[in-house]
Structure formats: structure tokens, C-alpha cells
Design a protein around this ligand. Sequence first.
Ligand code: AMP
Length: 228
Amino acid sequence: MRKYVIMGVPGSGKSTQSTMLSREYDLVQISVGDVFRWHVKNHTKIGAQVRRVMAAGQLVGDDLVERIVRDRLDQHDWNYGFIIDGFPRSRRQAEFFLESYDIDGVIYLDLPDSEVRRRVLARRLCSVCGMDYNLIEDRPKRPGFCDVCGGELVTREDDTPEALATRLHDYHEKTNPVLELFRRKEFVFVIDARRDPEAVQREIRDRLGLDGRHPVRPLEEDDSARPD
Ligand code: AMP
């Protein structure tokens, strides 16, 4: 059983790296941001609650976030473990998490803010299957449309310069202390996220001490970054 948390500024590759890891090691991939985006897209009550907050790049309240995480993990379908992305993002969330679960490692994807802006503002998302693209490094074959399902590519509502500034500010103010809290327990692996996704993945596996029998494959067309 392996239980990991993956942290890093927006655009540092959390979703890509979690997908690569979960695919090879049968981990359940949980992305709180994806859960909220699903609610917004499907016009649920939760979606109505979080839509504006998310579009402005602000953090959703801790109570709701904790409920989402608890409900997901209570499903107990993670026989081989899980990797959770985008959580915890505040001290309170971290304390809640540490009280309820032991984790085997925190993967911290380290990326300078200047690189974050370049990556995030070029990011596009398939409106149907959620696959991530980047207009600089990872363009779709047909401009504007998803290679996997043909869906239209859109910009995330919070990938604007204004919302990104808020997200980065919150990250440094609220999420960095979480990292400090974890660091005291000495299981944080800091990974340089400036390199290509496969190199980052290799280092993650190496540092976590995972066996080398699983190949590091780039994300294929059938592997859209779709956490539950
Ligand atoms: P992400 O896809 O991880 O960048 O998350 C997108 C948005 O979802 C964030 O900007 C927040 O509005 C919300 N969100 C995701 N995870 C959390 C969390 N742990 N705490 C508070 N808000 C969150």
C-alpha cells in the first residue's frame, strides 16, 4: 500500500506526474481540483458553491474540501494506495489529513514562478475528456481540438493572469507552511520540475524507492489526465 501527496505551484505538472505514477502502480488518483471542475461542469449544488471562488483563483473553504477528500477516501477502493493532488493546501487541511491517514511520501514539484506563468497561460484543457495540452510544448495535432476525443479545447477559467496571480500568492502564503509542516516529519521529496515529464517521473520513482520494473512511458493518447 502506497499513499502519496503531490504538491507544487499551478502548472508544475502535478496531474501529469500523478497520472504516470498511478497508471504503473495501480494507485487511485485523486485531484480535488478535478472533483470541483466536475461539479461546476455538471451544475451541481457544490458546483454552484465553488464556481466563483475557483474562477477568481481563490481557495475553496476547508470544510468543503475536507468533506470531498473524506468522502472519496471512504470509498476504500484504493487497494494498492492513492496519490492525492492539490491537497492539502492550508495548515488546517494538512492537520486534518495527518490525523486521519499516514502517508508514505510527499512529492514536491519545484518550479520557479516565472516558468509557472509561461506554462499556465499556454495551458488548454479538453472540454469533454479533460486532457491537458500546452500550446508551447504539447500542442494538439489539430489546433483547438483534442487528439483523444476530438472535443473542443478551452482555457481553464482560472488560467488568466489575474487568477494566476491570486493562486500563486495563496500558494506561497498558505501552502508553503504546509510544506514546512510535512518537512518536520522528513518525508518530503523535492523534485526539480523544469525538466521534461519523463525525466521528472524517473526521479520521483527513484526518490520514492519504487522498483524499476515499470517502464516510464509518456502519457499516451488514451491516458488523458483524468483523476476520479
Ligand atoms: P487545481 O486544479 O489543483 O489547480 O485546483 C483548482 C481550484 O480548485 C483551486 O484554485 C481552488 O479554487 C480549488 N481547490 C482545489 N484543491 C483545493 C484545496 N485543497 N483547498 C482549497 N481549494 C482547492
